[in-house]
Design a protein around this ligand. Structure first.
Ligand SMILES: *Cc1c(COP(=O)(O)O)cnc(C)c1O
Ligand code: SF4
Length: 356
């Protein structure tokens, strides 16, 4: 994962108390940038915050040296203190298992390097193109398949971005552009608006899609400027959130998303199936129901990509299929996400039962 040099809010100048007031919503003047800037970046600090001790601190520290820890305080506050098995904690705390090599787990499990016509662009599927608009994320997820992605080679410098836009302007069979990263919503509204404006000038683009974990992780991210960009009549807009557990959804999320929903923006969620996080039926039922209560439909449940350092999160395929079958027996069809695996070279995400 890239560092946050391109993120003007990466270095906060506030006192912890000030930021905490904002993060908890007590300060109406607090901006999402301030919430995002208040992060825990060391294993020791996170453990201390939660009253925990490390199982194997040296190995965790080596894992964090390889892929830095990054946990917004607003997220850490949703973790149950004193519980080392908390499903939110497991997603963000560097674990000793990460440094053990596991056969079949490598740095680029999806062979993304083979699908980059120009730096910063991933074109794998018909009609849609993914733009890597930043390497920065508000939170670092330990299972992230892009944890070894060479963001420095794809960093959207003005020249690279303008080359990517030039390329996209020529692709008249592409009707959907997906802003991705990193997390595209970690960019400032000013930069996002400028980017979306440049895309709006390409008549072949009909749909604007954003894949982001920010609205889940950072309360207040859906600013009026961002809402305006997404609800513009120029676009059919889709916002795909990324939440893996019901407890990640803050109580205010539904209200924050309501203006988008009312303006006709399609709101979806993708999750990753993770051992010890959401691998029980009750977790999946609760996630789907909490999403729907916030106006969001489950879209994909991804079988873990085999990225080095994440093997301890893997759920065996047969178990995943059984879980999915049980979920279908419990929920209406529209609350059951598609269980998929990304198979390098396939022309779409592959339903897990076809990927075996
Ligand atoms: C997942 C992905 C998409 C989107 O796939 P959908 O099935 O349309 O959600 C597009 N491009 C790339 C490179 C992807 O990895
Ligand atoms: S927010 Fe997304 S891209 Fe960033 S670390 Fe988490 S999973 Fe990876």
């Amino acid at each position: 994962m890239a560092d946050h040099d391109d993120n003007p809010f990466g270095r906060g100048g506030m006192s912890a108390g000030e930021v905490r007031r904002i993060a908890t919503g007590a300060d109406p003047m607090g901006t999402w940038e301030q919430v995002q800037a208040d992060v825990i970046t060391s294993v020791e600090a996170l453990l201390a915050e939660l009253g925990l001790s490390a199982a194997d601190l040296p190995a965790s520290l080596r894992a964090a040296a390889d892929f830095p820890l990054r946990v917004p305080r607003s997220y850490a506050q949703r973790i149950t203190p004193g519980d080392p098995a908390d499903p939110l904690l497991r997603q963000v705390l560097a674990a000793p298992e990460e440094v053990q090599p596991v056969p079949g787990y490598g740095p680029d499990p999806l062979a993304e390097a083979a699908h980059t016509p120009v730096p910063g662009v991933l074109h794998k599927y018909h009609g849609r193109v993914l733009l890597v608009v930043t390497g920065a994320c508000a939170v670092h997820c330990r299972y992230c398949f892009r944890r070894h992605f060479p963001y420095s080679e794809h960093m959207p410098t003005p020249e690279r971005l303008s080359r990517a836009l030039d390329w996209l302007a020529q692709q008249t069979d592409v009707s959907e552009v997906i802003l991705s990263g990193g997390d595209p919503l970690s960019l400032s509204d000013r930069r996002l608006s400028a980017l979306i404006e440049a895309l709006a000038a390409m008549p072949h683009l009909k749909r604007l899609r954003i894949h982001s974990r920010l609205p889940v992780v950072i309360p207040g991210r859906m600013t009026p400027t961002l809402q305006e960009a997404l609800t513009s009549p120029r676009w059919q807009s889709v916002l795909v959130l990324h939440a893996n557990h019901a407890r990640e959804l803050s109580p205010g999320l539904g209200a924050e998303l309501a203006p988008l929903r009312q303006a006709g923006v399609t709101l979806l969620n993708q999750a990753v199936l993770l051992r010890g996080v959401n691998d029980r039926l009750a977790d999946q039922v609760a996630l789907s129901e909490a999403l729907f209560a916030a106006g969001v439909l489950p879209y994909y449940l991804h079988q873990l990509d085999r990225v080095a350092g994440a093997a301890h999160f893997a759920v065996p395929d047969q178990e995943a299929l059984a879980l999915h079958r049980a979920l279908r027996g419990r929920l209406p069809g529209y609350l059951v996400p598609r269980l998929v695996r990304e198979v390098a070279g396939d022309e779409a995400k592959t339903p897990l039962h076809e990927a075996l």
